[in-house]
Write a protein that binds this ligand. Structure first.
Ligand code: SAM
Length: 244
């Protein structure tokens, strides 16, 4: 089922409220088709608990697109979405910024299969999936410190995701971490971890998700020196024993 006219209007109003650009009519069609593809695949594979149209528009599409508030996603940058799940935030961002070179990294094979099918059905170019764990993939020379941007939503605490993501980012690049209102409580240890991994928290962008009112915080972390080769540690360790 594609998105109704009401849901398309809700999407446009919400993006307008946040000061974000409106998708072209072709992009709107693709975002609508994404809902269809996700719902269909969700009957076979457990991809998301958010299946109602309004929830999809606000919590998946609009929330993903708030990464644009950083004004750091431009041109043909190489971007990696770590622990993308059903493709959030990477897929909606790729749809509205088609020039981005997008890599979707996900540990669960069934989700990767869905992401491949969806990317193909949407006719997206310069997008690929990577099946595996960040702890292992980030040690592959062809993936290490080569991405201009990394994105991450709902994969762990800030210290954990910093260890999983910063090794992918080139020096001079940025990691965007999507968090909820309580993030400040994590920031003491997280700041130390970020520094140990070669990064620096440079900005926290605060926003409210239109229609829902939930507060979100987008952490902008700059990569300023190389990540020591021992990071990330073995699979599971960054989550079980966060740095600091
Ligand atoms: N980012 C998506 C979102 O916000 O909708 C998915 C969030 S879901 C809660 C977390 C996802 O991260 C899961 O699909 C899980 O398989 C994946 N994941 C967790 N740890 C990972 C790791 N170390 N490497 C790769 N993927 C991971």
């Amino acid at each position: 089922m594609p998105l109704s006219d009401d849901s398309r209007r809700l999407l446009e109003l919400s993006l307008g409220e946040l000061g974000l650009p409106l998708p072209s009519s072709q992009q709107l069609e693709q975002l609508s088709r994404l809902y269809d593809l996700l719902l269909e695949a969700n009957t076979r594979t457990n991809l998301t608990a958010i299946t109602d149209e309004r929830g999809f528009v606000l919590k998946h599409l609009v929330d993903s697109l708030t990464c644009e508030l950083s004004q750091l996603l431009e041109g043909q940058q190489r971007v990696i979405d770590v622990g993308t799940g059903a493709g959030f935030p990477g897929l909606p961002l790729k749809i509205v910024k088609p020039a981005l070179d997008m890599t979707l990294l996900e540990a669960t094979r069934k989700k990767v299969e869905y992401l491949d099918q969806a990317s193909q059905a949407l006719g997206l170019k310069n997008i690929r999936t990577l099946w595996g764990r960040a702890e292992e993939q980030a040690h592959r020379p062809e993936l290490r410190e080569v991405f201009d941007r990394a994105l991450v939503r709902a994969v762990g605490t800030t210290a954990t995701v910093a260890e999983l993501c910063l090794p992918f980012v080139r020096v001079g690049g940025y990691l965007l971490v999507q968090k909820g209102p309580e993030v400040e409580a994590e920031l003491g240890p997280a700041n130390k971890a970020i520094r140990a991994l070669g990064g620096k928290l440079v900005e926290i962008i605060k926003l409210r998700l239109p229609g829902i009112g939930d507060q979100r915080k987008l952490l902008v972390i700059e990569k300023n020196t190389e990540t020591p080769p021992r990071y990330p540690r073995r699979p599971g360790v960054p989550a079980k024993h966060p740095l600091f």
